[in-house]
Design a protein around this ligand. Structure first.
Ligand code: TYM
Length: 326
């Protein structure tokens, strides 16, 4: 059975980019993988967070994991900071990473450009991500395209340590979807949909009301040509909407182009609102049932115990390879 590991940051509301690029894969993979899904709260504090809001967001993400269909009887769900091995391994990996390779990470460049003085954690963030993955002998990491560079770095660090200290880590592979691996912002389809954009209509969050979903889609940026066809460079807005439609409905983009060949953007967008609401509303119903439940807290407690068990074994092996401790 393949070991699968992935994580989501508990900052801001999870949006359909996260859902289509990563979370949908999580659900599919739990059927035949040994899956571990983490709420990566330690990654969130690379930039300042309000402690109360962070606590709430952690439980929101956990409840959303379950609301989209992750079953704690089939997979492990836990909070990163409950297992100390993540930070411990990150230090060891940091000592085997180079400032040059970390400086090349595009996400660091983007996130640090608005900071007067970037925290060191923002710079070493990808190494903590490598630690998350390597701690569990992970084979497969389901993520969106924006994480590709971080997965490459994880592989490089694992191979470097295996070559120097002997077989220590499993070298993981990223798993990216064809449709949904990079959902673009609704107000500017040349940048990815993100939790941090100031414009709430740039994204659809999983807990948005039908009214908000409608507003965001109806006012999304398209073009003046008026024909519904996929052309990512010439028609990025409508291509992004086609991708979203296809990923939600499971229908091929070519079939959607044929169906809507004589329709206007308004009619197409209206149908897209229905497709998105149809999938998100039942998720929201389940979310509101699960969020206040004891079942959620039990799942996180059991998940942390199981994760800790695996992490402890890896840390013993790593320390032995490096000659650390007694
Ligand atoms: P995060 O929290 O930013 O995003 C969670 C997941 O959503 C994907 N994603 C997208 N996919 C498609 N289109 C988009 N617009 C879009 N935006 C985000 C991300 O690729 C990700 O899969 N560093 C990670 C969290 C992390 C992690 C890990 C992931 C920490 N440790 C170990 C995997 C394994 C991040 O910030 O994801």
């Amino acid at each position: 059975m393949k070991r699968v590991f992935s994580g989501v940051q508990p900052t801001g509301n999870i949006h359909i980019g996260n859902y289509l690029g990563a979370l949908k894969q999580f659900v599919e993979l739990q059927e035949d993988g040994d899956c571990i899904y983490c709420i990566v709260d330690m990654h969130s504090i690379t930039l300042p967070q309000d402690p109360k809001e962070l606590k709430t967001s952690i439980l929101d993400v956990a409840a959303l994991y379950m609301a989209i269909g992750l079953d704690p009887n089939k997979c492990t769900i836990f909070i990163q900071s409950d297992v100390s091995g993540h930070a411990e391994l990150a230090w060891i990996l940091m000592c085997n990473s180079y400032t040059g390779e970390l400086s090349r990470m595009t996400q660091f460049k983007q996130k640090s450009k608005d900071e007067a003085s970037a925290p060191a954690g923002l710079f070493t963030y990808p190494v903590l991500m490598a630690a998350d993955i390597l701690l569990y002998d992970t084979d497969i990491v389901p993520v969106g395209n924006d994480q590709k560079q971080h997965i490459e770095l994880t592989r490089d660090i694992a191979q470097r340590i295996n070559n120097t200290y002997g077989e220590t880590f499993v070298v993981p592979d990223g798993r990216f979807l064809k449709e949904g691996a990079r959902i673009m912002a609704l107000d500017d389809p040349t940048v990815k949909m993100s939790k941090s954009s100031k414009n709430i209509h740039s994204r659809i969050s999983l807990l948005d009301s039908p009214n908000k979903i409608k507003k965001s889609i109806m006012r999304s940026t398209t073009d003046s040509e008026g024909s519904i066809r996929f052309d990512a460079s010439e028609k990025p807005g409508i291509s992004n909407l086609l991708t979203i439609y296809s990923a939600f409905s499971g229908r091929r983009i070519e079939d959607l182009e044929t169906e809507y060949s004589s329709a206007g953007y308004g009619a197409f967008k209206k149908d897209l609102v229905d497709v998105v609401c149809e999938e998100l509303l039942p998720i929201q119903e389940r979310f509101h049932e699960i969020r206040p439940s004891q079942e959620l807290l039990n799942a996180l407690k059991d998940g942390a115990e199981r994760a800790e068990n695996i992490a402890e074994k890896t840390m013993k092996r790593v320390k032995m390879r490096f000659g650390l401790g007694l």
